[in-house]
Design a protein around this ligand. Sequence first.
Ligand code: AMP
Ligand code: ZN
Length: 503
Amino acid sequence: MSTDIRPIRIYNTLSGKKEPFTPITPGRVGMYVCGPTVYSDVHLGNCRTFVHFDTIYRYLLHIGYRVRYVRNITDVGHLLDDGEDRMSKGARLDQLEPMEVAQKYTVGFHDMMRIFNTLPPSIEPRATGHIPEQIEMVESILQRGYGYESNGSIYFDVLRFAKDNPAIYGKLSGRVVDELISESRDNLKNQGEKNHPSDFAIWIKASEEHIMRWNSPWSVGFPGWHLECSAMSTKYLGPTFDIHGGGNDLKFPHHENEVAQNVGACGCAPANYWLHANMLLLNGRKMSKSEGNTITPQQLFTGDSPFVSKGYSPMMLRFFMLQSHYRSTLDITDDALLAAEKGFRRLMEVHAILQKLSIPASATDGSETDTDRAILALVEEAYQGMDDDFNTAVAIAALNEIGSYVNKLANKQIESSEVSPWVLERLKTVFNAFIFDIFGLREESAADNGPIEQLMSLILDIRANARQQKDWGTSDKIRDALTEAGIQVKDGKEGVSWTHSRG
Ligand code: AMP
Ligand code: ZN
């Protein structure tokens, strides 16, 4: 079976270049992606990263791999810069038990993943469900001499590890070890307990007020954030597995320290290929809550934000995300969203037209035509785009070009005799595969577009009927009422559209 799988190339952050992908076990892939820290609502940046890894998972499945996809839930240990645990802070602010916070935002995260039509991972381990595994890993690190105890907490000895493994520490993030070693991170809590500022906690003694706490050989405490991913990926995928993914911002310190912990604990590097998705921007700047430069998925769906002129459906947003390669930054602007919406509609229309087309066998003489060859080359281009580091942008561009053939065929600008029936059937299969299986898009009904879109569609229908019957009174009344409500109606060549006039 494995010999039939298309060869693919993957950009590996470890080597800084594209490499042919060779899994450890032919025909199988083990993939670990860092999941969300469930102390607040999932944001659009998170969604982008998970949508891209979902598409990578879908493509690996599509080309015939058996994939074990592990994506964790971080529900302990991810500390803020001031040293407070994100979960504890969430609990304190909402006056909840930390597990209530974790549950609330895990449910919210799952809902959002369903809205974006991502497939559930094969395993979704929680950090709090794997405390014994994390304690065992701390023990292994201590036994191999890469950890030390200080006042009940255990720290990873970065200096010693870097000296013993100069080719490993810093390779993933591109940091120069000497610089790291001289770097001071004064703002980290418990700095005083460390031998060196670069060291990081793998087990943290809980202070009196810290609610999330477990017994360990060293203290009542809790595990460090980096440790959980090392322990859970090892448990479910083995000490060395194929792909490890996450957002760019996790390269350092999280992923660099994961590598150090795995090598420190068992002498083996965790993943052969490290993939990093790039960041989501809003109007050219990193999306950031503290700077007010942020928009929630819900605000994008409803259009209730000064950053957008209208609401955009989840599937259109998924399409928008896939229009750019996962390693490029993606800038959300209203203009880009409006353009992507048109592109999404066009692609779905082509799909609908294609399914209705048929060419009788009698229309051709059975030989391959130039048009056949041109269409098949574009199909191959779409696949090759995905084979080349999962380049969804290239694949979408190839499908769009196929779309112009489909439209010409439907408009009779291309004769039926120019396309062989089997080529048309192949196109139908390929379009279905790309749109639904690989890109993970879904047909949307008006109901998916939210109540405002539904209402607007109803109002614009009534207005169109009035105009058709030359009932200008009703038509003007509707327009004036909408203007009053801050909605501007535009009659363009491609039909009627509307925007919030304040946008
Ligand atoms: P977190 O919940 O902060 O641990 O992040 C979960 C995932 O989302 C990680 O893979 C992050 O790298 C990723 N992520 C966080 N912010 C962004 C962003 N602005 N754009 C893209 N991915 C992000
Ligand atoms: Zn992680």
